[in-house]
Design a protein around this ligand. Structure first.
Ligand code: FEO
Length: 396
């Protein structure tokens, strides 16, 4: 793709990874990703903001050559994780006078994770500035979006905020800017769900702080640069708000069709009552799609058969992930069929300890569901619809 100019003297020099389909051996990347690195050329000094995944360092080096960078004075690292900082040692090898600039926590983690010698660092505090001559970098330490050491870097004169993972998206695109919002919005929402949602209670204070700046561009470390920053900031305000939507996710796995029949009946019963319901067969569902749905759905119902007295492992995995991602779900249900006995309710309840949602009365049935079991599912649908009416997301 080559190096690309954001404004005069500020370049995107990172790499696009069109082929990557999994991150952390966990997160599906249906649209690939990018590792964004930015070069800021001042009248007195030059800074590189983050590097790229080690696999893509050749591209970063080629982009630096293309811009004609002879000297890098500072490597600002906003986050230790290897997809952004894994190339720092290579940059230090090529630019031996460069100084790594970051906060103390990030320095400590970078020494441990990347074996960068401690003497190569300049440690900054929150609010510190670093002059590049006619450009000034300002540092905002922002723990837990999404590691304890994360920070953002702001060019005061240009109003460009480099937000690292925060406000990013796993999206490989040739677009430098996020003009194709219909493509960027779902990618950013999925990214929020998978990476940032566990920390949603901390995010509003960072959004407020960004609102206090004069921001023209937000350059995250993944996905395109936001040239209309209000779009991504407003989306984050929406996702982190307490508001939920009149939606119920029915996530199921079924072995002999009994649990699937229950999930389908419940989905139809919810639809009849005006609740937007969506079934997900967990054996074929992209877990990122499901995570994205949990961002604002009011209700999640997990449907599982019983295997060896417990939930199906696929349902266990899903419950574990939902619990880890901590969506703002208000109501949760549990349904399913068992063969001769089940400890599913106790097991799944214990797996969902982080969830603040109200747990509705479970519906567990022995074998193939009968009329009275479908009636119990209707009652569960009634309870969900009633809850949605009570919080004002479903009309009376
Ligand atoms: Fe994109 Fe937390 O690394």
């Amino acid at each position: 793709m080559g190096a690309r100019r954001i404004v005069e003297g500020v370049y995107a020099v990172g790499a696009i990874d069109w082929d990557r389909r999994l991150f952390d051996e966990l997160i599906p990347l249906p649209d690939g990703t990018s590792y964004n690195s930015y070069l800021v050329v001042g009248s007195e000094a030059t800074a590189l903001i983050d590097t790229v995944d080690p696999e893509k360092m050749d591209e970063l080096m080629a982009h630096l050559d293309e811009v004609g960078v002879e000297r890098i004075d500072y490597i600002v690292t906003n986050h230790t994780e290897q997809d952004h900082s894994g190339g720092i040692m290579d940059i230090l090898g090529r630019y031996p006078d460069a100084v790594v600039v970051t906060n103390a926590k990030c320095m400590g983690l970078s020494v441990d994770h990347l074996h960068i010698p401690g003497e190569r660092f300049k440690v900054i505090q929150d609010g510190d500035t670093l002059s590049l001559g006619d450009r000034t970098l300002e540092f905002m330490i922002s723990p837990w979006v999404h590691w304890p050491e994360t920070q953002m870097t702001y060019i005061q004169e240009d109003g460009i905020l480099f937000s690292c993972d925060f406000l990013g998206s796993h999206l490989a695109t040739s677009d430098l800017f996020s003009n194709d919002w219909n493509a960027v919005y779902p990618a950013a929402k999925r990214y929020y769900a998978e990476i940032m949602m566990p920390f949603k209670h901390l995010i509003p204070k960072y959004l407020e702080r960004i609102d206090g700046l004069d921001v023209n561009y937000i350059g995250p470390s993944h996905g395109p640069v936001h040239n209309e920053p209000s779009r991504i900031l407003d989306a984050y305000k929406d996702w982190t708000s307490p508001d939920v939507t009149n939606e119920a996710i029915v996530a199921y796995v079924s072995m002999h069709d009994s649990t699937r029949r229950m999930a389908e009946h419940l989905t139809e019963a919810l639809t009849d009552r005006g609740v937007k319901a969506k079934m997900y067969n967990l054996t074929v569902t992209d877990i990122g799609d499901l995570a994205m749905e949990t961002v604002d759905a009011a209700t999640i119902v997990l449907a599982t058969p019983t295997v060896l007295t417990g939930a199906h492992p696929t349902a266990v995995y899903t419950a574990y992930l939902i619990n880890a991602l901590k969506p703002k779900t208000r109501y949760m249900g549990l349904i399913g069929s068992f063969g001769w006995g089940s400890k599913v309710v106790d097991q799944m309840t214990s797996l969902l300890g982080n969830m603040k949602a109200e747990m509705l009365e479970p519906v567990l049935v022995k074998g193939l569901p009968r009329d009275e079991d479908y009636k119990a599912l209707d009652d569960l649908a009634d309870a969900i619809a009633q809850r949605h009416r009570e919080i004002g997301i479903l009309e009376e």
